[in-house]
Design a protein around this ligand. Structure first.
Ligand code: AMP
Length: 192
């Protein structure tokens, strides 16, 4: 069982790496951002609530996000583990995740951070926004706010798992393949 947190600022390549990891290991990729966008596209009450935060680059409240994550994990007991992408983003979310996994006799194996500087993130997201149609990728001010929220509210999750000896940092600028090799090397250490 491998339970992985792919960590890093918005635009650091978590989604790209997660898609490749799913092919190599039998893991379920859970992106809370994707789950919110799904709800939003179906105009559900959860989607409508989430949108008011997402459009500003703010975090959706913890209780809403944790409840949605729990439903997703509980719906897929058959997998060999999970890749959490974009979750946890606050210390209470990390505590809730640890508790949820502990109920199932599991724990986080590793948190892998893709380290990418702010200017690179802004450029990548503006480029992505041209195709993705994501409202939060079009405006440089919203992108910078997402980066600020990451530093203020989310970066501490790295320290939370570092205290458990589980955090690793990878340089997230370079070729997708090189970064993938570095991520796999981290995972294979856990498996060894
Ligand atoms: P992402 O696709 O991970 O960049 O997430 C897009 C947006 O969804 C974020 O800017 C937040 O508004 C919301 N979101 C995604 N994951 C979380 C989370 N774990 N906690 C709170 N808000 C989240």
């Amino acid at each position: 069982m491998i339970n992985l947190i792919l960590f890093g600022p918005p635009g650091s390549g978590k989604g790209t790496q997660a898609a490749k990891l799913v092919e190599r290991y039998n893991l379920l990729h859970i992106s809370t951002g994707d789950l919110f966008r799904y709800e939003l596209s179906h105009n559900t009450p959860l989607g409508i609530l989430a949108r008011s935060y997402m459009d500003k680059g703010e975090l959706v409240p913890d209780e809403v996000t944790i409840g949605m994550l729990r439903n997703k994990v509980e719906a897929h007991p058959e997998v060999d583990g999970y890749i959490f992408d974009g979750f946890p983003r606050t210390t209470p979310q990390a505590e809730a995740l640890d508790a949820l996994l502990a109920e199932r006799g599991q724990s986080i194996s590793r948190l892998i951070m893709l380290d990418v500087p702010e200017e690179e993130v802004v450029n990548r997201l503006l480029a992505r926004g041209k195709d993705s149609g994501r409202a939060d990728d079009i405006n440089a001010e919203i992108i910078r706010n997402r980066f600020t929220v990451y530093q203020k509210e989310t970066a501490q999750v790295f320290d939370f798992y570092a205290a458990q000896g589980k955090s690793a940092k990878i340089h997230g600028v370079g070729s997708i393949e090189d970064i993938f090799a570095a991520v796999c090397a981290e995972i294979d250490q856990v498996n060894a």
